[in-house]
Unconditional design. Structure first.
Length: 357
């Protein structure tokens, strides 16, 4: 029997799937760091070939293929769960006021991830994500190079700022690889603050800082001196690692929820394509999460209804067929980490009449 998907079930599925997407991204970054040669990056900097660093580090689509696979898994699970909402073909006779499946009809709708349209969505979404990540790394490295030059850091120091430093575990950490350009700027700004007693207090406004170092920073402030280069490297390295975790969480939440929503839309599209539903009998309603993190624009859309195939419209005029949808031009301000949920309502009476004809 068809079962309406609740928000609780939706959120529980997302919570189960997000960690794999996040860990796939972090493993890819760890792999790049693990294979990185600080000496090679240093030599490129000394020879004035900094634009080659991204390629030299092996930051490419292949490195992030596991992220694409994790997104595919989230898409599949979202589609399979959503297919349970779709009723089997209805019988021609009412029983107790309800329309029930009759013998000979299939008892459930099957979501097909190999459907050409489903495959196309996955291919395009994964390609866009990986392309964006690689492109961001070029800009992240450019920012780090520019900030290092402005601060008078030598090529060796800048190379380590990029790829990270080898710690007691034998692994590299603290580099800017994997960060967004904005996050790389945050790290550079924090480095400047810790080196300047007059600006050091600003460091405490950084929510992702490692507070275990706060006492060290406060002592330097009281004494009116900058931290040592080694202290700054350690503190900013830990700050960069925490920003990387934040980046992984943002990617996981955005891609998991968008993939699940896209698969849900695809499940209904496949049911319509198979003749199990008439699109005129399927109504979508925008359901905002309704907490303090909900965008004002999405809260304003709560309850907005659209027939299947027609997009929702945000107060700014952006069009989305489902939460997270970017295919109609909606920007990141409407889609990143969106936790809204589209509800589907089927006009069972109209469907029953359709089957009788």
């Amino acid at each position: 029997m068809a079962k309406r998907l609740s928000r609780r079930e939706w959120e529980q599925l997302a919570m189960r799937l997000e960690p794999e997407v996040r860990e796939a991204f972090l493993r890819a970054v760890s792999s790049i760091r693990g294979d990185a040669s600080a000496r090679m990056v240093e030599e490129l900097l000394r020879s004035g070939r900094g634009e080659l660093i991204t390629e030299a580090l092996g930051i490419n689509a292949a490195r992030f293929s596991s992220v694409a696979e994790a997104i595919r898994a989230a898409y599949l699970q979202g589609g399979l769960l959503s297919a349970l909402e779709i009723p089997p073909l209805l019988s021609q006779a009412p029983l107790g006021g309800l329309w029930r499946p009759s013998r000979g009809y299939r008892v459930a709708f099957n979501f097909d991830i190999t459907n050409p349209q489903a495959e196309s969505w996955l291919r395009e979404r994964s390609s866009q994500l990986v392309t964006r990540i690689v492109s961001e790394q070029r800009e992240t490295i450019r920012i780090t190079l520019a900030e290092g030059m402005a601060a008078g850091r030598n090529p060796r120091q800048t190379a380590l700022d990029i790829v990270g430093r080898v710690g007691e575990t034998g692994r590299r950490s603290g580099g800017v690889v994997g960060l967004t350009p904005q996050q790389a700027q945050f790290v550079a700004n924090a480095r400047g603050e810790l080196a300047d007693p007059e600006r050091m207090a600003r460091y405490f406004s950084r929510e992702r800082r490692d507070k275990r170092f706060d006492a060290t920073v406060r002592k330097a402030m009281r004494e009116g001196r900058p931290l040592s280069p080694a202290q700054i490297d350690k503190i900013t390295g830990r700050y960069a690692d925490r920003l990387l975790q934040l980046r992984g969480e943002a990617i996981a939440r955005t891609e998991t929820l968008t993939g699940m929503s896209a698969a849900r839309e695809e499940a209904y599209r496949q049911a319509i394509e198979a003749g199990d539903l008439d699109p005129r009998n399927v109504i979508g309603t925008w359901g905002a999460t309704g907490d303090s993190k909900t965008r004002d624009s999405h809260a304003a859309m709560d309850g907005q209804e659209r027939p299947f195939g027609q997009p929702f419209v945000t107060p700014s005029g952006a069009l989305m067929r489902y939460p997270g949808d970017t295919e109609l031009g909606a920007g990141v301000e409407e889609t990143i980490q969106c936790r809204c949920m589209k509800r589907y309502r089927i006009n069972y009476a109209a469907e029953a009449q359709r089957v009788q004809r």
